[in-house]
Design a binder for this molecule. Structure first.
Ligand code: SF4
Ligand code: SF4
Length: 286
């Protein structure tokens, strides 16, 4: 079963839930798809066993073939190409400039170039790391997008390509509701939405629920920092018939463990069982 853990906004405790949930289960694989800021490994302190670079294809211009017609630049919707047209009278040499960080690697320019002047080459944008917790209980895969790179999706796809369906797979999704989240959550059997009982929490929860409706992925809610804020998240869940799976209270003890990078299931009795029962309930509802 594939269970994704998502939230409409950052800072709700999504990774805390993903890590504590994964530690409560056996035969489990945790995929950290929050590739712009992966931090599950900070809590798990695993041994990295393997690293695999992630590339996208970017164009390479053969200047001997190119006549600077400009068709590639016109075609590119991401303004990743700029063609300087040659002008002998003004003594301007032709050139094709590529802005690699804007290129989405769609391959279109190489297909439409009338002079077959464009080939493709690899550009590294990130890495996928495979790791195991020291007791070998948990397989962790996480992606890291290189600093300054704007496209997390290829790295997310590379992490998800390692998915092992023989295990219970937990996917820690990026925050928000845009493309990276859709790619991370896509294909899940169930999505746990982590929120907090505040107006911001409710606003972003609603957006994520709409996304999951479109994707036809069933969902339930974990309310983190329960006890702060108001009742509106509970009222919304009840109106929408979304199950509140668990509440994690706003306590000093949990906050302290978090600040020390210690998953609270390892130190506070009863939580492992609570996560286990929650998964049983989710599996039973399938
Ligand atoms: S489409 Fe091809 S020939 Fe035209 S400017 Fe681009 S690379 Fe050069
Ligand atoms: S591969 Fe696609 S995104 Fe990249 S430069 Fe060519 S047309 Fe633009």
């Amino acid at each position: 079963m594939i269970i994704s853990v998502a939230s409409g906004k950052g800072g709700t405790g999504k990774t805390t839930v993903a890590v504590n949930l994964a530690l409560s289960l056996s035969n489990v694989q945790l995929l950290d798809c929050d590739v712009e800021e992966p931090n599950a490994h900070l809590f798990l302190k695993p041994k990295i066993e393997e690293e695999e670079p992630v590339y996208i294809k970017v164009p390479r211009i053969d200047k001997d073939r190119c006549d600077y017609c400009g068709e590639c630049a016109t075609f590119c919707q991401f303004n990743a190409l700029f063609v300087v047209r040659a002008d002998a009278e003004k003594d301007i040499e032709g050139n094709v400039l590529l802005f690699p960080e804007l290129c989405h690697g769609c391959g279109g320019c190489s297909l439409i170039c009338p002079r077959s002047a464009i080939t493709e080459e690899d550009r590294e944008i990130g890495v996928v790391k495979r790791a195991k917790t020291l007791d070998a209980h948990l397989d962790l895969l996480f992606g890291e997008l290189q600093i300054g790179e704007p496209m997390p999706v290829p790295v997310i796809k590379a992490v998800k390509s390692k998915l092992d369906t023989r295990k219970t797979v937990i996917i820690d999704c990026p925050p928000g509701t845009s493309c990276p989240v859709i790619h991370a959550v896509y294909g899940s059997d169930y999505c746990i939405l982590v929120t907090e009982p505040t107006p911001f929490g409710l606003h972003d929860l609603k957006r994520m629920v709409e996304v999951l409706k479109e994707l036809k992925i069933p969902c339930g809610v974990i309310i983190n920092r329960a006890g702060v804020g108001d009742e509106k998240v509970y009222e919304y869940c009840s109106e929408e018939r979304i199950e509140v799976l668990l509440e994690i209270p706003y306590t000093r003890r949990i906050a302290e463990l978090y600040s020390q990078g210690i998953p609270f299931v390892e130190r506070i009795e009863g939580w492992e069982l609570a996560f286990l029962e929650m998964v049983r309930k989710i599996k039973g509802a399938e």
